[in-house]
Design a protein. Structure first.
Ligand code: NAD
Ligand code: MG
Length: 396
């Protein structure tokens, strides 16, 4: 932004909930940012609309056919945007020399390779794609350190903790007087429900989150508390914390986005309206602050803040994730893969809500944990877990 040089931004998963919010913030600051590339899986109409509005240099879709369609439409509209297809193209648009910032907002394991590519290219990496870090934890953080990438967490909880920690927090939390990370959770749409009531919930109910509007996969994860489990793992890697140093606190108002507790008794919290544009703007502008288009927090309207312990008996996914983190190695990648298959099956009406935790637990139990020292081992564990979970769904 200084001396008039605008930062070039690539948005992976531009058509999603995080991608759309990112473009909203970027468009508020044309003097600071320009869009280099926008990518989407199959949403070609949505990507076309975004290309008209944001004029990226490159647009990427998964399939050749969709890419050809978009190329034609853009040419007809007289736009210069170049259209590419496939995973290699995703990697190209993060590695490009002129790119400064990569928003990693693809959902699920599909985001791992391009997100890692952004790390290896030493970009400013805004990490929304938590599954990438959950799968590859140690390796991912090693690559961040080795290549000197600037990794800024966009998940609202981790962004809040980042804001509450001293700037240099590597080498273990204890060294900096931090005793605990308090990870807040809304509790999802089914907080307080009995296991019997949970057995009957529909995908529509699961996707109607009380406080946040999000993609369907993360909405289901929020309903099962797997999202909080993935976030626990994410927090351990991002902040060099042990699982027992991360406490999950259910806070239904979602106004406190998470906290850090210090040895002198201080607890620092970050508060705000539940709007992802706040952490996105923080990541884009760090260490500066910019307008995010978010309404100021009105504490009188909030009136009260409640806290309660999570119900791990009704929501076993949180426990499964903690156990996978403690087990280490490929276990978190297996947990994530089985969960992705389970969520797809639930959303497609092929399995009930309780089946999600069951499928994840079965898959974890039947795949031996291996040390996750290289990407090949992680990708293979991911593939095997998917295969095993899909297979079990078919045979059931
Ligand atoms: P979404 O489903 O709304 O959007 C996903 C985006 O990724 C879309 O642009 C889609 O086209 C693209 N995509 C999907 N599958 C792909 C594939 N196989 N290859 C390439 N691109 C693909 O999801 P979202 O809610 O925006 O979430 C994105 C990520 O951010 C997730 O990892 C989620 O956990 C994380 N996150 C989201 C929120 C939120 O409020 N939505 C909050 C915190 C973290
Ligand atoms: Mg979150």
């Amino acid at each position: 932004a200084k001396q008039g040089r605008r930062l070039a931004v690539t948005v992976l998963g531009a058509t999603g909930s995080i991608g759309t919010s990112t473009l909203d913030v970027v468009a508020r600051h044309p003097e600071r940012y320009r869009v280099y590339a926008l990518t989407a899986h199959r949403s070609r109409e949505a990507l076309l609309t975004q290309c008209r509005r944001h004029r990226p240099r490159v647009a990427v879709l998964d399939g050749e056919e969709d890419a050809a369609w978009l190329r034609r439409e853009l040419a007809e509209a007289g736009l210069q945007t170049e259209v590419r297809a496939g995973v290699e193209a995703l990697v190209e648009v993060v590695e490009a020399d002129e790119v400064d910032v990569v928003m990693a907002a693809i959902v699920g394991a599909a985001g791992l390779l391009p997100t890692l590519a952004a790390v290896r290219a030493a970009k400013r990496v805004l990490l929304a794609n938590k599954e990438a870090l959950v799968m590859s934890g140690a390796l991912f953080m090693d690559e961040v350190a080795r290549h000197g990438a600037l990794l800024l967490p966009i998940d609202s909880e981790h962004n809040a903790i980042y804001q509450c920690l001293p700037h240099e927090h590597r080498g273990g939390l204890g060294q900096h007087g931090v005793t605990q990370l308090l990870l807040t959770a809304s509790g999802g749409p089914f907080r307080g429900w009995t296991p019997e009531a949970l057995a009957t919930v529909t995908p529509e109910q699961a996707c109607a989150h009380p406080n946040w509007s999000m993609g369907r996969k993360i909405s289901v994860d929020s309903a099962t508390l797997m999202n909080k489990g993935l976030e626990l793992i994410e927090a351990c890697w991002l902040f060099d914390a042990r699982p027992e140093q991360v406490q999950v606190v259910v806070h239904p108002q979602s106004v406190i986005h998470s906290m850090a507790a210090y040895s002198d008794g201080s607890v620092l919290a970050q508060l705000g309206n539940p709007d992802m544009r706040t952490p996105i703007a923080y990541g884009l502008a760090w260490p500066e602050r910019i307008d995010a288009g978010v309404e100021a927090l009105d504490l009188f309207q909030v009136a009260r803040l409640d806290f309660e312990a999570p119900d791990e008996a009704a929501f076993p996914c949180l426990r499964l994730a903690r156990e996978a983190m403690v087990a280490g190695g490929t276990a978190p990648a297996v947990l994530n893969a089985a969960n992705e298959i389970a969520v797809d099956a639930f959303l497609a009406g092929r399995m009930g809500f309780a089946g999600i935790a069951e499928l994840v637990e079965r898959t974890l139990a039947s795949l031996p944990m291996e040390p996750a020292t290289d990407l090949g081992t992680i990708m293979e564990a991911n593939a095997r877990a998917r295969h095993m979970a899909s297979d079990w769904l078919k045979r059931r």
